[in-house]
Design a protein around this ligand. Structure first.
Ligand code: ZN
Length: 390
């Protein structure tokens, strides 16, 4: 599964291809018990996306791989799993073993069958657990290594999910066969060490409106066995090449030195060429019989070149020679620059649009070249989701 449950059937538009990115991912399967207020996948999405924004601070992407409303449950235990206020029957801090087993026995119906680890999240009816008016989420674990489950009441939002997921992801092996969910942050609450003392921290008991995850918490969570690197689909891109153009703005001469018996200006001939690593470069010739020190404005626009693939590079080269009356022609130092696609689309979308190559020098000249790269045509993109980079 490379997509969220609500996107799994979104078709690839005709003439488009999927865009994928590697991401540190934690997967959730969400189940709504009878009478839970979560009755539509859009509600699951809202909660998951809010929690996802918070966990993005740690570079962890939340993916919901499954959701369903569970059928009526059998009631072999202390809890009435079909109650309209199941939350009020559950103590998160001191649940009876029978209650925990009963919740665990709900199981993970229709979970992905490829043995990937995921966290089951149960949406239960009622606003608050037995602990009181602010407790709308809970997580329990059994076994070693731990099997986790998260409970969300009707009043839980994405911040509560993010907090409960924090308890899950910060559960780590601390000694042989010994797992701890104590908050790894030094600012943990001494009296309640699975929680943080800083009200703005995600692991504070009441979750802040813009909760923060500390570097120590991030480091532990990213190493959780529940966090795996996956190739996720984040959108679609038209199957069409980028077309790039280059404008040579100026030839900037810092110094020249010509024959002994003439002035220092050069009788120069230049070839600028723009192409890609896969195609033949397009040349443009510039001659200047009296090239002296200073910035020589060229403003030459090269026609578009097509980049065939994301691996293809844009190439820019400059070669020149100086015609000498007395001592034959001299080569001028050359420039060759390759632009990979990178984050800035072959140099077209960086912070500063002006690029400078050089200076390069030999005993005739010292110069640099100033140019810009433009995108003449780009394939259209459609975004499906946000992926947190790591
Ligand atoms: Zn908590």
């Amino acid at each position: 599964m490379h997509r969220n449950y609500w996107d799994k059937n979104t078709p690839i538009p005709p003439g488009y291809t999927e865009l994928r990115k590697d991401a540190l991912t934690v997967e959730l399967c969400v189940y709504s018990l009878q009478h839970s207020r979560i009755k539509e996948v859009a509600q699951v999405r809202t909660i998951a996306e809010e929690a996802g924004k918070i966990w993005c601070q740690a570079g962890v992407t939340i993916q919901v791989v499954y959701w369903q409303i569970l059928p009526q449950q059998s009631i072999a235990g202390p809890l009435n799993l079909n109650s309209t206020d199941l939350a009020s029957e559950i103590s998160c801090d001191h649940p009876s073993d029978a209650a925990v087993s009963q919740l665990m026995a709900i199981g993970k119906p229709n979970a992905p069958e490829d043995n990937r680890l995921f966290v089951p999240v149960y949406c239960i009816p009622g606003n608050n657990l037995q602990e009181g008016s602010y407790v709308s989420g809970c997580n329990r674990q059994v076994n070693k290594p731990p099997d986790h489950m998260i409970l969300l009441t009707d009043s839980a939002d994405g911040r509560v999910l993010a907090h409960e997921l924090g308890h899950v992801l910060m559960t780590r092996l601390v000694a042989r066969d010994s797992w701890s969910n104590v908050d790894p942050d030094p600012g943990r609450n001494a009296g309640d060490p699975i929680h943080n003392a800083n009200p703005q921290n995600l692991m504070y008991t009441n979750v802040h409106k813009e909760p923060l995850i500390s570097p120590e918490q991030v480091a532990v969570a990213r190493k959780s066995r529940l966090v795996t690197r996956q190739s996720l689909v984040y959108g679609f891109q038209e199957k069409k090449p980028y077309k790039l153009g280059v404008k040579i703005k100026s030839l900037d001469v810092a110094s020249v030195s010509d024959e002994v018996f003439s002035n220092d200006a050069l009788e120069s001939n230049w070839t600028f060429a723009v192409g890609t690593s896969k195609t033949k470069a397009i040349p443009w010739v510039y001659a200047n019989d009296d090239l002296g020190v200073g910035s020589h404005s060229l403003n030459h626009d090269f026609p578009s070149v097509e980049v065939e693939s994301d691996e293809d590079k844009l190439t820019i080269s400059v070669t020149g020679w100086d015609r000498d009356k007395n001592s034959g022609d001299d080569d001028l130092p050359s420039i060759r620059k390759e632009w990979p696609k990178g984050e800035d689309l072959w140099g077209s979308s960086g912070f500063d649009p002006l690029h400078v190559e050089g200076p390069v020098e030999n005993d005739e000249i010292k110069y640099s070249v100033t140019y810009v790269i433009r995108v003449d045509e780009a394939p259209l993109r459609q975004s499906l989701r946000f992926i947190c980079s790591f």
